[in-house]
Design a protein around this ligand. Structure first.
Ligand code: C2G
Length: 129
């Protein structure tokens, strides 16, 4: 079984996230998603609309997602790859090159982002109404 791993905040879920998850799952047979905790997001300068538990619950309901784990720091990726026996790490190409250190442990794939949609854009649209 080919196991895939990706990371993200996934706040205010939109089709850009779904496109990423769909393509990530297509790279293997089993997709694990590490969802950023609220505390970790603060470190990323993000304040989520939905708290971790709700974002994790939404991710678990997506047909492409097999397992959800928390992402609570920048240092956990190597351990996550080893402990989950991951074959492919995948993430959007806004992170291109940032996780090449994982190539020692698994395949690393950066997928093109979906243009024209972002959580920030959704928030701006809603605040403008
Ligand atoms: N994404 C995408 N297209 C968009 C928006 C997001 O393909 N229009 C992808 C991102 O590239 C990422 C995933 O969807 O792979 C989740 O996006 P975010 O929730 O913004 O995640 P991010 O804050 O980038 O967290 O350790 C890595 C970080 O936790 C990644």
């Amino acid at each position: 079984m080919k196991k895939v791993l990706t990371y993200g905040t996934f706040d205010l879920l939109h089709h850009g996230h779904i496109n990423l998850l769909k393509r990530a799952k297509a790279l293997g047979d089993y997709l694990t998603v590490a969802v950023s905790t609220d505390e970790f997001n603060l470190g990323k300068g993000k304040v989520c609309t939905y708290p971790y538990e709700e974002r994790a619950q939404i991710l678990e309901a997506i047909r492409y997602v097999d397992k959800v784990i928390p992402e609570s720091n920048w240092e956990q990726k190597i351990r996550d790859v080893q402990e989950n026996d991951i074959d492919v790490f995948v993430i959007g190409d806004d992170w291109k090159g940032k996780f090449d250190f994982l190539k020692e442990y698994c395949q690393v794939v950066y997928l093109p982002r979906t243009e024209g949609i972002s959580t920030t854009q959704i928030k701006e649209t809603l605040s403008g109404q």
